[in-house]
Design a binder for this molecule. Structure first.
Ligand code: MN3
Length: 199
């Protein structure tokens, strides 16, 4: 199977009160799981089941005949990356190398926070807001639907899912409050620093 559903890297109730167990049950066990099931069916039909998730995404990107495969495979990768981008006790100003690069590329943590919040809230409809490394520079980018920095030659460092299913049970339509909570209470700077070290 090209696509797999890893267990969440924390307990379902570990992010409360910032992200509820009920949100995680639906988001991981229903939404993320459905992308895995559907993506594997489409990969098998296309004869691409032997590929890794990343290679499957690259093989389907930009090919209108493989749009469904791309959407499901990229959503699998994006969600697994999202779960690894948040943690219990997360949030707050960046630390370590991430803090140095944010200072260098955004001027200050407050400026980064303001720009990230604006980008995530401003993404029209479903999508994702990312912190990426692009040619050695930190950048904030958004992608619509299943879009992923993997196919843009950028190294993903962190992400927040801004599809409504990510926050509706906890925040209803208040995406700005969800993004603020991501930044203040959930984002894992350890994960960002690990990804910077590996880049
Ligand atoms: Mn989602």
């Amino acid at each position: 199977m090209a696509l797999e559903l890893p267990p969440l890297p924390f307990a379902y109730d570990a992010l409360q009160p910032f992200m509820s167990a009920r949100t995680l049950e639906f988001h991981h066990d229903k939404h993320h799981a459905a992308y895995v099931t559907n993506g594997n069916k489409l990969a098998e039909a296309a004869g691409l089941s032997q590929l890794s998730t990343e290679d499957l995404i690259r093989a389907a990107a930009g090919d209108p005949a493989r749009a469904g495969l791309f959407n499901n495979a990229a959503q699998v990768w994006n969600h697994t990356f999202f779960w690894e981008s948040i943690k219990p006790g997360g949030g707050g100003p960046a630390v370590g190398r991430a803090a140095e690069l944010i200072q260098r590329d955004f001027g200050s943590y407050e400026s980064f926070k303001e720009k990230f919040q604006a980008a995530a809230v401003g993404q029209f409809g479903s999508g994702w807001a990312w912190l990426v490394l692009d040619q050695g520079q930190l950048k904030i980018v958004t992608t619509g639907n299943a879009g992923t920095p993997l196919t843009a030659g950028q190294t993903a460092l962190s992400v927040v899912d801004v599809w409504e299913h990510a926050y509706y049970l906890d925040f209803q339509n208040r995406r700005p409050d969800f993004v603020k909570t991501f930044l203040e209470n959930l984002i894992s700077w350890d994960a960002v620093n690990d990804r910077l070290s590996a880049a």
